[in-house]
Structure formats: C-alpha cells, structure tokens
Design a protein around this ligand. Structure first.
Ligand code: NAD
Ligand code: MG
Length: 326
C-alpha cells in the first residue's frame, strides 16, 4: 500500500524560515503563492515583464519580481511555468541562482524525468504535484480543507529535503487530505498515460467516433451529441463519487446489461495492445522526444490538429446546443 502523510507528519515550522519563490502565476502558480502566504510562508512571485499573469498577481497584492530576481533571493524555487517552457526558463533565469544548498521544486515530473532540467548535485530537488487544477487547490484551501498531492524527493543534498517537501505540501493544504509518496518516473508516466489513454485522448476519440457512427446512420446530430457527449458528465460524476460498482448500481439494469455485453467489444484485445504500445512510448521517451521536438519546431502538429478538430461538426452542434442549456 502507498505511504500517505497527513498534517501530523509534516512540521510547518521547517519551511516558515525559508524564502520561497513561485515562478509563474497561472493555474498552479496563483494557488501555491496564495495558499503558502496564508500559511505564513515568505513568498516571492517571479514573472517575465511581458507576462499576462502580472496584472492578476498584482491584483492579489504581490510585488512581482522578474523570475531571475525572485530565484536569486529564494531558498526554495518552485517552477510553475508550462512544462514545455521549463527548460528555457530554467536555463535563462533559474540555473545561475540555484546555488549550493537551495531547493528546486516542480509540480510535475516531466522536465526532470526527461532531463529537460538537469540540476547541479549540490541542491535539493523535489516534486509536489497537487491532484487537481489550481482553482480547486485554492478554493478548497479557503474552505479549510485540502486536495491530495503526490510528492517525491529526487535529490537530497542537505539531508532536509523530505522534511521541507512535506512541509511545503502542508502549507499548500494538501496534508489535510493526505499526500502520497511516488517517484518521478511513476508520476510522469502514469500522468501521461492516463491523459493520453483515458481522460483526453481515449475519451475524445470514443465520443467523436460514436457521434460519427450515429450521424452516419441517419440520426440527428443534436441527439447524438446529447447522448454521447453531454451525458458523460452524469456517468463521470457517479464514477467519481463511488467507483464502477456504485455507478452500475445507479444506472438502469438495461444500461448495466448493455455495459457488460458491449463494453468488451469496443475496448478489446486490440485496444489493450495499443495501450501497451502507448505506455512503452511514454516509458522509453519516444513521446517526450516528439513533444520536445514539436516545441522546437514551433508546434506545427499542435496547431494543425487544433484547427482540424475545431472544424469537426461536433463542435458546431455543441455550440448550438449549449445555448439552449440553462
Ligand atoms: P499555466 O499555463 O496555467 O500557467 C503558467 C504560468 O507561467 C503563467 O503565469 C505564465 O504567464 C507563466 N509563464 C509562461 N511562460 C513563462 C516563461 N517563459 N517564464 C516565466 N513564466 C512563464 O500552467 P499550470 O497549469 O499552472 O502548470 C504549471 C505546472 O504545474 C506544470 O508543471 C504542470 O504540469 C503542473 N500541474 C498543473 C496542474 C493543472 O491542473 N493545471 C495540476 C498539477 C500540476
Ligand atoms: Mg495531469
């Protein structure tokens, strides 16, 4: 079983004397900065001069520094810029200020695991990855609760890396819910796998293919959209609340019987083989390499796919239908 830490396992005092720099003020950045400040930590926010997040940070009461300035003053540097920009920000603004005994933190393992960031050996390096978007991380904190997080120490130079990492998670409010120890490889690979196979890639491909099948057979697109896309939320809510068995108990017997009969025809041994292949591409760095090269080339595939998908009939149908919703 996984090792889970709660408030009682984390000493907040270890982090209160440290200077923390939050680099980036987007989804995660704003939530980390505000939760840490409310927990009594010393926080600096670092953003480029031209960042669109500057205004939001200033409205939240921050005197915003440049990333390199914030990093130079900090004992702990949390890098919360998008993963595909972390290499550049690290090289330009962080590296020279990541001096002996300091700590580098990330909220996702991608850059460290795939060697886009290679910190020196005389610093602490760790990850605290909250299990949810920043808006929820902040909202739940203000209600006196927390969301879970994954954490790992990648490099412990000072001998205090674990205590500091866990204290950081406590200041975020995450130990109120429980934090699970992992490794960079496990967090990165399972996160990529889940978003590619289930949450994003798998789900959108399933919905779009089902929509096309119904429309091709002569059914009205609005009906196809409602039953194959909108109702996903009802089922997802049941799954979130109680798992698969609970969902099965909450739907009709007809729906449950159809699940048993047809589910395995759709997700069959071919799909399983493809899942294993997708996992292998993640594990051996094939996917990471494609994504890193994609950024270097100026995101040609990303832009093309976005355009292609925006023109799919399902989008126009959805836009029309959503106007009818309350
Ligand atoms: P985001 O896109 O919401 O915010 C990024 C921030 O970085 C913005 O403030 C942006 O202005 C700033 N930024 C962009 N380029 C920059 C640059 N070159 N230099 C300095 N600042 C720059 O990103 P996010 O979703 O908060 O993701 C940050 C990290 O958190 C990532 O590692 C991500 O994997 C991780 N994470 C995200 C979530 C989530 O649900 N959003 C959950 C867990 C972990
Ligand atoms: Mg994720």
């Amino acid at each position: 079983m996984a090792k889970i830490y709660y408030d009682r396992d984390a000493d907040l005092a270890t982090i209160l004397s440290k200077q923390i720099a939050i680099i980036g003020y987007g989804s995660q950045g704003h939530a980390h900065a505000l939760n840490l400040r409310d927990s009594g930590c010393n926080v600096l926010v670092g953003l480029p001069e031209i960042s669109r997040s500057r205004q939001r940070a200033e409205q939240d009461g921050w005197h915003v520094l440049l990333p390199a300035e914030a990093a130079s003053h900090a004992d702990i540097i949390m890098l919360l810029v998008p993963d595909q920009h972390q290499h550049q920000v690290y090289e330009q603004d962080i590296k020279m200020h990541l001096t002996a005994g300091k700590m580098l933190l990330t909220a996702h393992g991608f850059s460290l695991h795939y060697a886009q960031i290679t910190p020196p050996t005389n610093v602490d390096v760790a990850m605290v990855a909250p299990n949810g978007p920043g808006a929820i991380l902040r909202q739940v904190f203000t209600e006196g609760k927390g969301i879970p997080a994954l954490w790992t120490v990648y490099q412990d130079f000072t001998g205090h890396a674990e205590a500091l990492t866990v204290a950081y998670a406590r200041a975020l409010g995450c130990t109120r819910a429980g934090i699970i120890q992992t490794t960079l490889a496990e967090e990165t690979e399972t996160d990529l796998f889940a978003e590619q196979v289930v949450l994003c890639g798998g789900l959108t491909a399933l919905i779009r293919t089902a929509f096309e099948t119904l429309v091709e057979a002569g059914y009205q697109p609005e009906i196809a959209y409602t039953c194959c896309l909108q109702e996903v939320k009802l089922i997802a809510d049941l799954l979130y609340r109680g798992g698969i068995n609970f969902m099965h108990n909450s739907i009709s017997d007809t729906a449950e019987f159809g699940d048993y009969m047809t589910g395995p025809r759709i997700i069959d041994s071919h799909t399983r083989t493809q899942m294993r292949a997708a996992l292998k591409d993640i594990q051996d760095g094939t996917f990471a390499r494609a994504w890193i090269l994609e950024k270097q080339a100026g995101f040609p595939t990303l832009h093309t796919m976005r355009q292609r998908d925006a023109q799919h009939p399902i989008e126009a149908v959805g836009e029309h239908l959503r106007q009818m919703l309350p």
